[in-house]
Design a protein. Structure first.
Length: 336
């Protein structure tokens, strides 16, 4: 299948992408927080519980997997990618290997994982993955992000995206301007604009086909330590303005990251964006914690009780599906 068609399927109306690509270290922290031992079996149990939820295919177009999960065999005796494909959910894979201090600016980070990526992508394709994800991370302070961090991470994202398309897969391009900090919304807007501008400059140089990518950016928010409340309408207005000014029309759609927002905040803000969307872009979600947190807490109460965990997950998936169409409201949230 052509990558443009895969990208459109990932951005299908009313559907979003589940980010279940937590590394073993991150997943261990999540399981520790709810008092469940982090074993390969328990990590698989939780993820398989979500992936087999009734109606998951109605609200979830694709799932980003971690290397361990992509290779695991389910309780049904089939691979995780095959399990997802049976439900018409597209399997994807996180391919970066995490962040390291940026040389020359050690308080900032550069994402690594380009070495050997071409060969890994060929293997991941054989294992069933049809899209990939790479995350660049940018911090805001009085002096950051530096030009070095903006350019270096954009260059890495572009090199990654070119290799993914070469492997006949769709790259999710994820430049995340972190919510951490005391900055206001305007500062977030200005930094995000610079980051997006450089990302697309580098993608163009690398000859990446923009019709065959999915952009996964942050929303425009006040810093988490600013003490300023994020008003949904203002978040929507500034986010839409930033995307319209800095993302080329060829890009088929945007799947926002939740980036530290609560489950409800992420849903409210996505809904507010779609209520005023006057562009051709699809605006949907690619959430991790904002889709899984309530389900994780429920699962930890009894890891053998799949149905209650699945109900929690499907409520959040449904609420974000509605938000991706601008059809969510408080009454539907309460009813669910």
């Amino acid at each position: 299948m052509e990558i443009e068609k895969i990208a459109k399927l990932m951005l299908a109306p009313g559907k979003g992408i589940l980010a279940a690509d937590e590394s073993t270290g991150t997943m261990t922290k999540r399981l520790d927080s709810v008092g469940v031992p982090s074993t390969p079996e328990n990590r698989l149990n939780f993820r398989e519980t979500l992936f087999t939820s009734n109606k998951a295919k109605d609200y979830i177009s694709g799932v980003i997997l971690y290397d361990e999960t992509l290779r695991q065999t389910t309780s049904q005796g089939i691979s995780i990618p095959a399990l997802l494909e049976k439900q018409n959910i597209i399997p994807g894979i996180k391919v970066d290997t995490g962040v390291k201090p940026l040389a020359g600016s050690a308080e900032e980070t550069i994402t690594e994982g380009l070495n050997g990526l071409r060969e890994r992508l060929q293997e991941y394709y054989q294992l069933g993955a049809r899209f990939a994800k790479w995350r660049g991370v940018y911090k805001i302070s009085n002096i950051y992000p530096s030009e070095a961090a903006i350019v270096a991470n954009a260059h890495s994202l572009a090199r990654y995206a070119a290799l993914v398309q070469e492997a006949n897969m769709v790259p999710i391009v994820e430049p995340e301007v972190l919510m951490d900090g005391k900055h206001d919304m305007q500062k977030c807007f200005d930094v995000t604009a610079r980051v997006l501008h450089e990302c697309f400059h580098q993608l163009k140089i690398a000859k990446v086909k923009l019709e065959g990518i999915v952009l996964k950016p942050n929303m425009i928010l006040n810093g988490s330590e600013s003490g300023i409340k994020n008003e949904n309408e203002m978040v929507a207005k500034k986010t839409l303005e930033c995307i319209k000014s800095n993302v080329p029309e060829e890009v088929p759609g945007i799947a926002f990251l939740s980036g530290g927002q609560t489950e409800l905040e992420a849903t409210r803000n996505l809904n507010a964006i779609n209520k005023i969307n006057n562009t051709e872009f699809v605006f949907t979600f690619s959430y991790g914690r904002a889709l899984q947190q309530s389900a994780l807490k429920k699962w930890a109460e009894d890891i053998t009780n799949a149905s209650d965990t699945q109900n929690e997950f499907i409520v959040r998936a449904l609420m974000n599906s509605l938000a991706s169409k601008g059809e969510w409201n408080e009454a539907k949230e309460i009813a669910a």
